[in-house]
Write a protein that binds this ligand. Structure first.
Ligand SMILES: C[S@@+](CC[C@H](N)C(=O)[O-])C[C@H]1O[C@@H](n2cnc3c(N)ncnc32)[C@H](O)[C@@H]1O
Length: 227
C-alpha cells in the first residue's frame, strides 16, 4: 500500500507543476521527436508480428491521462475493446473526457479482471515508476494472468537513466525478461536521452544522427508473446 500511495503522491505533485507539464508537451520539439520515433517503432514491431489490432481486446496498465489511447485507436484498436487502468482518479477523469475506452481506477498489482481476458496488454513508462520490487513482480504477474495464452505484451520503458530520482528506477532488459517468465520478446532500443535531445533540438539533423548511432538511447520497446 505504501508503494501505491507514494506513486500517486508523486504524480499528483508532478501534475501540479506547470514547468513539468509544459516540458512534456508535444509542443516541445524534443518530446515530439521521441514520441514520433516511439510510434514508428511500435508500428514496425506490431506489423512484423502480423498483429491485426482491430480484432484485439486491449488493456493499458497505468494509462494515466490516456495519451496512449490516441495512438492505439489510430493504429486500429476499437474503442469498445480498449480498457485502461490507473491509480489516479484525477488522471482518469481527464482520460474520460477524450477517450471511448472503459476506464477503471485500481492498481496494476491487483487487476480487477478475470484470467486470460485480454489479447494485448501494454505498459508505457509505468514500471519505472514502481520502485518496490515486490510491487513490480505483482504487476508483471497480473499482466500475464489477464493475458490469454498466445496473447501479446507491448512494453515501453527506460532501461537506463542519468536522472537521480528516488521515484524512478530504470528496468533493464534482463529484469523485464525475469518478470515475465516464458515470454518470447523482440526488442528495440530507442528514445534519445531527453536532456540531450532538448539541447540538440535546433541543430539540423542532430537528433536523427543520434538515433541512428543508438548511443544515447534510454528506453526499450518490446513486443512479447505469452506461450
Ligand atoms: C509516467 S506515467 C505514464 C502514463 C501513461 N502510460 C502514458 O504513457 O502517458 C505513469 C502512470 O502509472 C500510474 N501508476 C503508477 N503505479 C501504478 C500502479 N501500481 N497501478 C496502476 N497505475 C500506476 C501513475 O498513476 C501514472 O499515471
Amino acid at each position: 500500500m505504501a508503494e501505491l500511495e507514494r506513486a500517486a503522491a508523486r504524480y499528483r505533485e508532478r501534475d501540479a507543476s506547470a514547468a513539468l507539464t509544459g516540458f512534456w508537451s508535444l509542443r516541445n520539439p524534443a518530446v515530439l521527436h521521441v514520441a514520433q520515433e516511439r510510434e514508428r517503432v511500435a508500428l514496425q514491431l506490431l506489423a512484423a508480428a502480423g498483429i491485426e489490432l482491430a480484432a484485439l481486446r486491449v488493456l493499458d496498465v497505468g494509462c494515466g491521462f490516456g495519451l496512449e489511447f490516441t495512438s492505439l485507436l489510430r493504429w486500429g484498436v476499437r474503442g469498445q475493446t480498449l480498457v485502461g487502468i490507473d491509480l489516479m482518479h484525477e488522471r482518469l477523469r481527464v482520460a474520460r473526457g477524450h477517450s471511448p475506452a472503459l476506464l477503471v481506477q485500481g492498481s496494476g498489482t491487483a487487476l480487477p479482471f478475470p484470467d486470460a481476458c485480454f489479447d494485448l496488454v501494454t505498459q508505457n513508462v509505468v514500471f519505472s515508476s514502481i520502485v518496490d520490487p515486490a510491487a513490480r513482480r505483482a504487476s508483471a504477474a497480473e499482466m500475464l494472468r489477464v493475458l490469454r495464452p498466445g496473447g501479446w505484451l507491448l512494453w515501453y520503458d527506460a532501461f537506463r537513466t542519468r536522472a537521480r530520482d528516488p521515484h524512478f528506477r530504470a528496468v533493464p532488459r534482463s529484469e523485464v525478461e525475469a518478470l515475465f517468465p516464458g515470454v518470447a520478446w523482440r526488442w528495440r532500443r530507442l528514445t534519445c536521452d531527453i536532456g540531450i535531445a532538448a539541447r540538440l533540438r535546433r541543430v539540423p539533423g542532430a537528433l536523427a544522427l543520434l538515433d541512428a548511432s543508438g548511443l544515447a538511447c534510454t528506453h526499450l520497446m518490446g513486443l512479447g508473446r505469452r506461450p
